[in-house]
Each structure stands twice: as C-alpha cells, then as structure tokens.
Design a protein around this ligand. Structure first.
Ligand SMILES: Nc1nc2c(c(=O)[nH]1)N[C@H]1C(S)=C(S)[C@@H](COP(=O)(O)OP(=O)(O)OC[C@H]3O[C@@H](n4cnc5c(N)ncnc54)[C@H](O)[C@@H]3O)O[C@H]1N2
Ligand code: MOO
Length: 435
C-alpha cells in the first residue's frame, strides 16, 4: 500500500532533464532552461541592518511601513497667498486683506476672519481655515498695499495645497521587501525618518576560469596562450549585481586541482561560477568529477552564443552551493551570465525579479537568423529622425569581445524567428542597467 505521508524523493537535475517529454538532447530552448533553473533556487534568508546610505543597491528584507503621514501637515505647493475658497466671489475678482505671513517650518500664529488671506511660502503649513493658494504671479496687478486681488476663475477651491499624507499615509506600505534599493528609495526612506534599513545579507559568489591556455594579467603570454578575460567580465557583472565576490583565479585542466577548487568554493560561497570546460571536448572529466561532487546537468541550449551550459549544485564539507559552468568563449560567458545566472543570483539574493525591459527598434539592415534557437546579437542602437534603429556589430563570433564592448544593446531574435528583413521591427535589450 502506498504510504501517503511519504513524499517522493525530488528527482535529480539530470533525471529531470532527461524525463522531459519535449527534451531535445541537442538543444534545450532557452525558456525551458530558465524555468528549470528558476525552480531550483532558494533565497538566502539572513538579514542585516545597515545605515540608510549603505542600503543603496541592497535587497530590502522586509516591508517598510510608514510611521508617519508624509507630508505630516497640509502645506502650500506655491509661493503666493493662501485664502478660504468660500470667500471667493463667483463671477468677479475678490479682494482679500493680507493678515500676515506663513513661513515654511513654522505654524502660522493667529486666527483669521472671513475675507482675509495670508502671504505664504512653498512648504509652509496651511493656516487653519484656509484651503487654497494663488501663486503670486497670478494675482491681479496693482493690488492696494495690504490687499491681494484674486482674479475671477484664477484658482479652484483646494488649489496648490498639498494634503497631509498625500505622499504616504501612516501605516501604509512605503516599499515592499525584495526591492533593490535605488536613489529614490533612499530618499523615500529618509522622508520617513528611517535611519537603519533591514537588507538581505550579500550573496557570496566564488568564480574561477578553467583552462591550461589561460594566463592572468601580469603574466607572460606564452605561445598558444590567451589572457584570461572572463574573470574580469565576471568580476564586473557580479560587482554590478552587488555580490560579495571570491576571485579564485585560473585553475588548470587538472582533475585534482579542479576538485579542490570546487570544494573550497563550495565551502566558502553560496554560488560558484566557472568558465570553460563545458563543451564536448572537455566535459567528460568534468562530468565524472561533478557526479561525485553534486547534481549537475550539462545542457546544450538552443541559443547563440552560449550553447553549452552546466547547471546544478555542488556539495562539500556539509555545504551546498549553486553552480553555473559557463562556456569559455568570452562573449558566450557574458550572454550565459545575463540570460541564466543573473536572474538565478537575483532570486538567491531575495530580490524581486522583473523581466529585462525589451524595446522595439527597426532593423537598419537585414539580419540572418536560423529558426530553432534564440540568438543574442550584439547591436548598436541609435536614434535618427525620431526613430530608434539597430544594426548588428560587424563581428558576431563568440570569441570577439571587442564587438561586445562596441555594442550598446543585444538584439534578441526569438527561437522561432527566421531571417529579418531591413526595416522589420526587432526586440532589443539595452545594456544600460544590465552591463
Ligand atoms: N565539437 C564541438 N566543439 C565545440 C562545441 C560543440 O558543441 N562541439 N561548442 C562550441 C561552443 S558553442 C563553445 S562556447 C565552446 C565552449 O567550450 P568550453 O566551455 O569547453 O570552453 P573552452 O574550450 O575552455 O574555451 C573556448 C574558447 O574560449 C577561450 N577561453 C576560455 N576561457 C577563457 C578565459 N577565461 N578568458 C579568455 N578566453 C577564454 C578558449 O581559449 C577557447 O578559445 O566550445 C565550442 N566547441
Ligand atoms: O557558446 Mo558558443 O559561444 O555558442 O561559441
């Protein structure tokens, strides 16, 4: 008999992948890989309190409830004259006697009689009984000293008055947890008088490059070798995401060195990112080692660049870390990071993940595209005659980092899309805010 209290063991990643009915061993659609990754993520829960300024770019850990009304009192939005709308004549100018002046930061002293106005400054509390303000430039010229003339129909009742709590009411949610705090949020928190902010602890991400041909900056470039650029692009991307980073340098193609690097990374970080060694040539020894260290799937994704991708978890010393094995080619490493690792890391950070904003632009030239894979082409977006148009950078090879630096956007050509004709609309993701 089936024991209903026993939940079936969770399938391993590799089982999950091979069980999928529409799984194509040669190419898994981008969306499918993204969905599998999304399902595997557990956010970090630890919270720390930081001073307001240090909360910039951090992930808010709990909802912020406004302790006060903002603004705290009704106040004037303009420099001018405050009056009671009930005193206005319907079809004629109204002459009001000026009883005094209201300055910002001080309550107006004194009681007002019908037919009286108060000279008022922007931000000053509305004197009791007055409900509207006429900006000083709108008063009728030539008012007699001590009087102000409000022209007929110049202002409506309640005009130019900011109401107490119109920005935020005491007890209402000012910012919801999961937000990556931006400058406007810091200002909003300051407007509530909150000095310490609860944020999720930073995510620790360890990364290293693999390959015997790699030399680090500062070393001699031996024949047949290349400088390790991936650690620098990864450094930049992880830094922008607000992670605590552990740069583990270059690890050669030696199983023992790789295993000890993975163990050390796992024991010190929440996530591990490597580049290189995931294509068919190298994957075999990596696969064997991974089988001992954790649950890792090696995928071929239906995309270009960034076809090979290893994803899963590594376990060592009683700790588990998320693992992304990104392809070695310098552009592939960036594209795989942006379209797989970035969202997963944001999810782990406890951040609300929103889709990257896409904009539509006109293809300035024809673009070749094979249906059946998603292509992320490096593009240059420009505005001319009020029209956004985009053209791919000349070189699209996945080793050509120069064109990534030259581009200001990615042209996203969907899985099913075929060739694009010049003048067709295409979708682009801007590097601003991403890179
Ligand atoms: N027979 C096949 N060969 C390849 C396939 C395939 O499906 N079948 N896939 C190709 C694709 S696509 C990519 S991407 C690469 C990925 O290979 P690896 O992840 O194993 O990466 P490596 O072979 O180690 O390196 C590829 C390339 O990138 C250079 N590289 C590596 N790391 C760095 C670094 N840190 N900084 C700068 N450059 C780096 C490396 O020297 C190679 O030129 O495989 C294709 N092959
Ligand atoms: O991952 Mo590769 O970039 O498609 O050459």
């Amino acid at each position: 008999m089936k024991n209903l209290n026993t939940r079936p063991a969770k399938p391993s990643l590799s089982e999950l992948t091979s069980c999928m009915s529409d799984y194509d061993p040669h190419a898994m659609p981008v969306r499918q890989a993204q969905a599998i990754i999304r399902d595997c993520i557990t956010p970090v829960t630890a919270i720390e309190k930081v001073a307001l300024r240090s909360a910039l770019d951090r992930v808010l850990a709990s909802d912020i409830i406004s302790p006060i009304d903002v603004p705290a009192h009704d106040n004037s939005a303009m420099d001018g004259y405050a009056f009671n709308s009930a005193d206005l004549r319907i079809d004629a100018d109204t002459v009001l006697a000026i009883a005094g002046t209201a300055h910002a930061g001080r309550a107006y002293q004194g009681t007002l009689a019908s037919g009286q106005a108060v000279r008022i400054m922007t931000g000053a509390l509305m004197p009791d009984g007055l409900d509207a303000v006429i900006p000083q430039e709108f008063v009728a010229p030539g008012s007699a000293a001590g009087f102000v003339t409000v022209p007929a129909g110049a202002v409506k009742p309640g005009a130019n008055r900011r109401l107490a709590g119109e920005d935020l009411k005491a007890g209402s949610a000012a910012i919801v947890q999961g937000r990556i705090l931006r400058p406007a949020d810091l200002g909003l928190l300051a407007s509530l008088g909150i000095a310490e902010i609860p944020v999720r602890r930073r995510l620790r991400v360890a990364f290293f490059s693999t390959g015997d041909e790699l030399r680090s900056v500062g070393e001699v470039l031996d024949p047949g070798c290349v400088y390790d650029s991936n650690r620098y692009t990864l450094y930049g991307m992880l830094q922008r995401l607000g992670c605590d980073i552990i740069d583990m340098g270059v690890v050669g193609d030696d199983p023992q060195a790789l295993e000890s690097a993975f163990r050390s990374a796992c024991e010190n970080a929440d996530a591990i990112i490597t580049s290189g060694g995931v294509s068919v040539g190298d994957a075999d020894h990596t696969k064997q080692m991974m089988a001992q260290l954790g649950d890792v799937a090696f995928w071929k994704i239906g995309m270009r660049p960034g076809r090979p991708l290893a994803f899963g978890s590594i376990t060592s010393g009683g700790r588990q870390a998320l693992f992304f094995g990104l392809p070695g080619n310098p552009v592939a490493v960036m594209v795989s990071f942006y379209f797989f690792a970035r969202e997963a890391l944001l999810q782990m950070m406890g951040a609300q993940v929103t889709p990257l904003p896409l904009m539509r632009a006109t293809a300035a030239v024809a673009i070749r595209k094979r249906p059946g894979r998603t292509e992320y082409q490096r593009g240059i977006l420009s505005l001319s005659d009020g029209q956004w148009s985009v053209r791919p950078t000349a070189a699209q090879g996945s080793g050509i980092l120069r064109s990534m630096a030259e581009a200001n956007c990615m042209i996203v050509l969907a899985h099913e899309q075929g060739d694009v004709a010049g003048g067709d609309a295409v979708e682009v993701i801007l590097f601003d805010g991403l890179i």
